[in-house]
Design a protein around this ligand. Sequence first.
Ligand code: FMN
Length: 200
Amino acid sequence: MKPYVIAVTGASAQPFAEKTLELLLSKDKEVNLILSKGAYQVWLSEMKIKIPIDPLQQESFWRERLNINTGKLKCYKWNDNSANIASGSYKTTGMVIIPASMGTIGRIASGVSLDLIERVADVHLKESKPLILVPRETPLNLIHLRNLTSLAEAGAKVVPPMPAWYSEPKSLQDIVDFFVVRLFDQFDEDLRSINRWKAT
Ligand SMILES: Cc1cc2nc3c(=O)[nH]c(=O)nc-3n(C[C@H](O)[C@H](O)[C@H](O)COP(=O)(O)O)c2cc1C
């Protein structure tokens, strides 16, 4: 199976990104991970955690934090635009931006590929490869809505992290777990077997 690209931007929902990484690596998947500059800031202010920027140090950080040795993980710096994943000839299963800030959404929607996340998203759209966006902002203004519409028209899938009560969540973590498993239904990927979430 080809690798996933997981991009994490500076929006207030970092546990969704962490759960995504945990589930994919637990399932022995290959993950190329990019954190935007804003994502490091949100981890620091909301989670009180300073994530190493150096890619090798960051790989060790995630391995230790998640306590997972399976799967393949490669981290990229946000401005490493010469990385292999920035090219259309690099084959992936798809890209997920989780959470996706309105800043990143706006730049992708307007074709501005300033950093690696925007460039890789642009490549996924031009190559008609799956691009899944998990936007996190509320309320959404008209500009946000128009940008999301443009991206949906260009082929992206917009999957907002909306909680469901039919899964009978007991905690915020239940909501996160449920959402991430449902998110990967988009790829026909069943992550449930290693998840604590129970189907009803
Ligand atoms: C603690 C914190 C929480 C934030 N939450 C959000 C959010 O939920 N959604 C959003 O669009 N921007 C949010 N922002 C603002 C973005 O981080 C900011 O616009 C940043 O420039 C986005 O950069 P990026 O898209 O490259 O990650 C937040 C910022 C901070 C510091």
